[in-house]
Unconditional design. Structure first.
Length: 399
C-alpha cells in the first residue's frame, strides 16, 4: 500500500534537490493541458490537446488506459470520488458544457449546461459531490454530480479562478482587480464573508488557485512570472515566488507539496522551480522537459511528482529514503520501457517496487513510498497562452 507522508516521512531540501526523471511517457501527440491525482495517489489522469485522456497507475509507472474524445475536446480534467469517474471541461468553439465521464466504459454519465464561454477553472469538492466552475462568461457556477441543473450562480467580471478548502466548507474565488472573495458553501448566496486584496503594481490575470491541505494558505498563479502565497485567514500576502519564465502569459500550474512545506511551478523554458513555502527561497530547479511545463503536481500520498509538456514525467528521489526497507530507489542506466512510448531515463533513478508485473513489461515502476507528483504540459510548438485560451480548438466524442 501507499506510505502516507504524514507522520512517516518529511519532505526535505535534500529530497527536493535530488528529484530526477524516473519515467517519461511519450504517447501524447499534443500538449497536456491538465492533470489530476486520485486522492489515494495510486492513479493520475491527464488530458491533452489532441482530444485524448490517459490514465496512469503510479505504483507501477505504466499507462493503463487511453480514451479518445474527438467531438468536444477535453480540458481541466478532475477525478471525482470514484477512481473510474472524472469531470472535465470542453475545449472547442461551440459547446461549453461540463461533462461527467466514466473512464471504465468511456461513456458520459451527465452533462452540465449553463456556461456560454470557455470554462477556465474547475474544482471538485474534497468531501462530497459538489464542484465549482468559473468561465469567461463572467459567471461562477456551483454544481452537484447527481443533478444536471446548476445549483448556484455568482457573477464576477473577468477571468476568475476557484478552489475549495480541504474541508469542503469554504471556497474562494480570485477575481478581477487582484481580489479574493471567500465564501461559506452553506451560505454563499449571502455574499462573501471576507474579501482580500492582493497588493501588486498592476492588475493581474489569475490562472490558478489552490488551498494548502491544512487550510492556512492560498496559492495564486498568475499570467506573469509571479506566484503569491496568501494567508487564508487574514488575506495577508506572505510570499511572492518568482524566477520561473512566463514571458508569453502561459497558464503555468503552481502546487503545494502535501505538507505545504514547498511550492512548485512549471516554466516556459522546460524547467520546474521549487521554493520553500515560508522563506520563499528557491530550493531546486528540475530540468529535462523540452516544452512549456504547464501542469505540475505532487502526489498527495507519496514521494513522487508528475509533470508534463507534451510528455508526461514521473519524478522520484535519486537516493534511498528511510521511510521503509521497501522504499529503495535505484539508479539505472538502462532504457527499459513498458512500451515504445514510455521509457526510463538513462542515468536517472527508476522506481523499485514489489508490485511490478513481469507480464506487463514495466521495468521502471514507481515505489509509492518514494514518489512525488508533478505534471508538465505543453510542447515546443504548442503552449497554453492566455491569448489563445480565450477559445479552445479541440473536440470530444459523445458516446
Amino acid at each position: 500500500g501507499l506510505k502516507l507522508l504524514a507522520g512517516r516521512m518529511s519532505i526535505t531540501d535534500s529530497i527536493v534537490q535530488g528529484m530526477a526523471m524516473g519515467r517519461v511517457f511519450k504517447e501524447n501527440a499534443a500538449r497536456v493541458n491538465s492533470l489530476d491525482f486520485y486522492h489515494t495517489g495510486e492513479w493520475v489522469v491527464t488530458a491533452s490537446d489532441n482530444e485524448t485522456v490517459n490514465v496512469y497507475k503510479t505504483t507501477e509507472a505504466r499507462l493503463t488506459r487511453t480514451i479518445l474524445s474527438k467531438k468536444y475536446g477535453v480540458d481541466l480534467i478532475r477525478f471525482t470520488h470514484q477512481q473510474n469517474n472524472v469531470i472535465c471541461a470542453s475545449k472547442n468553439h461551440w459547446d461549453e458544457s461540463l461533462r461527467y465521464l466514466s473512464l471504465h466504459d468511456n461513456s458520459y454519465l451527465r452533462y452540465f449546461k449553463g456556461h456560454r464561454d470557455k470554462v477556465v477553472s474547475l474544482a471538485m469538492s474534497p468531501v462530497d459531490d459538489s464542484f465549482i466552475s468559473a468561465s469567461l462568461d463572467n459567471t461562477i457556477r456551483l454544481w452537484d454530480l447527481r443533478v444536471n441543473a446548476c445549483q448556484g450562480l455568482l457573477r464576477r467580471t473577468g477571468r476568475s479562478c476557484v478552489s475549495f478548502d480541504a474541508q469542503g466548507v469554504i471556497f474562494a474565488c480570485a477575481t478581477a482587480n487582484n481580489t479574493i472573495k471567500m465564501y461559506d458553501l452553506r451560505s454563499y448566496d449571502q455574499g462573501p464573508f471576507a474579501t482580500y486584496h492582493v497588493g501588486y503594481q498592476h492588475n493581474l490575470i489569475w490562472t490558478g488557485m489552490k488551498f494548502s491541505n491544512d487550510g492556512k494558505y492560498i496559492l495564486l498563479a498568475s499570467a506573469e512570472s509571479a506566484i503569491f502565497l496568501i494567508d487564508s485567514f487574514t488575506g495577508d500576502k506572505k510570499q511572492t515566488y518568482s524566477g520561473h519564465v512566463n514571458a508569453n502569459e502561459s497558464v503555468l500550474e503552481a502546487s503545494f507539496s502535501p505538507d505545504a512545506q514547498y511550492v512548485l511551478s512549471g516554466s516556459e523554458d522546460g524547467t520546474i522551480h521549487v521554493w520553500d513555502t515560508q522563506s520563499g527561497d528557491k530550493k531546486a530547479v528540475w530540468g529535462g522537459h523540452v516544452g512549456v511545463v504547464g501542469v505540475v503536481q505532487w502526489n498527495p500520498k507519496s514521494l513522487m511528482c508528475a509533470s508534463a509538456d507534451q510528455n508526461v514525467v514521473f519524478w522520484t528521489p535519486t537516493t534511498p529514503t528511510t521511510a521503509s526497507a521497501s522504499a529503495a530507489v535505484t539508479r539505472s542506466s538502462t532504457t527499459g520501457s513498458a512500451n515504445s512510448n514510455s521509457s526510463n531515463v538513462p542515468g536517472t533513478n527508476t522506481m523499485a517496487t514489489t508490485a511490478v508485473s513481469s507480464g506487463g513489461g514495466t521495468s521502471g515502476a514507481v515505489n509509492p513510498s518514494t514518489t512525488f507528483p508533478a505534471t508538465t504540459s505543453a510542447s515546443n510548438n504548442s503552449s497554453n497562452h492566455i491569448s489563445s485560451q480565450l477559445r479552445g480548438t479541440s473536440n470530444m466524442d459523445e458516446d
